[in-house]
Design a protein around this ligand. Structure first.
Ligand code: ZN
Ligand code: ZN
Length: 333
């Protein structure tokens, strides 16, 4: 399985400002000067110099909201449809024309805006059937708050909220199917075995476990721990032994508890490093990817969060690799 991250932010998009880009440039130039003066290092190869800087200095984690692509060969599964779905859609055009259509399965954690807003901007939706292209798109989602997945997706595109309605897209372009999902549900998408479990978030959320050819990817975003020391058995059931566990880690514990950064975030439905590390240890996952970064977190904040989880896992005697997700990150299992 090839896993690519297209949107890693939670709640709402947040791109870098001009002042932040300027500060990054200033810091890098400053580091370069310091390196040359301190070590009398004659290096002028900027590429080498940049490559040895930590990621938070030389890059950025990205501002698009939740969207992860899992390429399983014959099946392509897309986890959530935040604004990262827009660039993902653009990357699929060539394949769509070559194969005369795409077959995609969307697994939705839930239908909060940061998990569905990319859909109206998914380019392949707007290719007319008359071109001979037939796309088949299947949306799997829970019946959150007694509403099925399809009406929830349709509603966000109803004019005047958006100029092209769901019905119009269905009529002129493609096959669109909404499939309702329930807790404990197991099903197959081609050769990929899928398991859904309901987790803890306002209006409910679903975590997903995907198994294909002996490899396991688990996606549990927007999930608040009940107790950091005792992970939710449902979460452990999904994550156990995963090769890759993609998890919500939106806040530091201090922010979660309201000791810094304003009001406490209890009941907002998100996780923090202490709970993530404990779950990684108990579920014995091979790799943890921190996801759904807070829109208010700087690149440095996210890097610090990654360090925090890594240290907690090591202190607990665990061996899980830890990495914070960034737009463009690709992991092959
Ligand atoms: Zn979210
Ligand atoms: Zn949410």
């Amino acid at each position: 399985m090839k896993v690519r991250f297209w949107g890693v932010r939670g709640s709402v998009c947040s791109s870098l400002t001009a002042a932040q880009v300027n500060q990054k440039l200033f810091n890098v130039m400053n580091d370069y000067d310091t390196m040359r003066m301190a070590y009398r290092d004659p290096r002028t190869n900027y590429k080498d110099f940049l490559s040895q800087l930590p990621f938070w200095k030389r890059g950025t984690y990205g501002g698009n909201t939740s969207c992860v692509e899992v390429d399983c060969g014959n099946e392509r599964i897309i986890l959530d449809m935040g604004t990262g779905l827009r660039p993902l859609g653009n990357s699929l055009f060539k394949e769509m024309f070559d194969k005369k259509g795409l077959r995609l399965s969307f697994l939705l954690s839930h239908v909060h805006w940061d998990h569905i807003q990319g859909l109206p901007f998914f380019g392949p939706l707007y290719v007319n059937k008359e071109t001979g292209i037939r796309n088949s798109l299947n949306f799997y989602g829970g019946t959150n708050w007694m509403k099925q997945v399809e009406p929830c997706l349709r509603m966000q595109m109803d004019p005047p909220n958006f100029p092209v309605s769901w019905e119009e897209i269905r009529r002129i372009t493609h096959e669109l199917v909404g499939s309702d999902v329930y807790d404990m549900m197991n099903f197959l998408i081609g050769g990929v075995s899928v398991k859904a479990r309901k987790l803890n978030h306002p209006q409910e959320t679903y975590g997903w476990r995907l198994e294909h050819k002996g490899r396991v990817v688990v996606y549990t975003t927007d999930n608040e721990p009940y107790d950091p020391l005792f992970p939710d058995p449902k979460l452990l059931d999904l994550a156990k032994g995963a090769d890759l566990w993609i998890t919500d880690c939106q806040y530091t514990k201090e922010v979660y508890e309201g000791k810094v950064g304003g009001v406490p975030r209890h009941g907002w439905g998100h996780s923090y490093p202490e709970a993530v590390a404990q779950t990684a240890l108990q579920a014995n996952v091979k790799k943890v990817v921190l996801f759904h970064h807070d829109p208010g977190s700087s690149d440095r904040d996210i890097y610090d969060m990654e360090e925090r989880v890594r240290k907690l896992v090591q202190a607990g005697g665990g061996k899980s690799e830890v990495e914070a997700a960034w737009e463009g990150l690709e992991i092959v299992l």
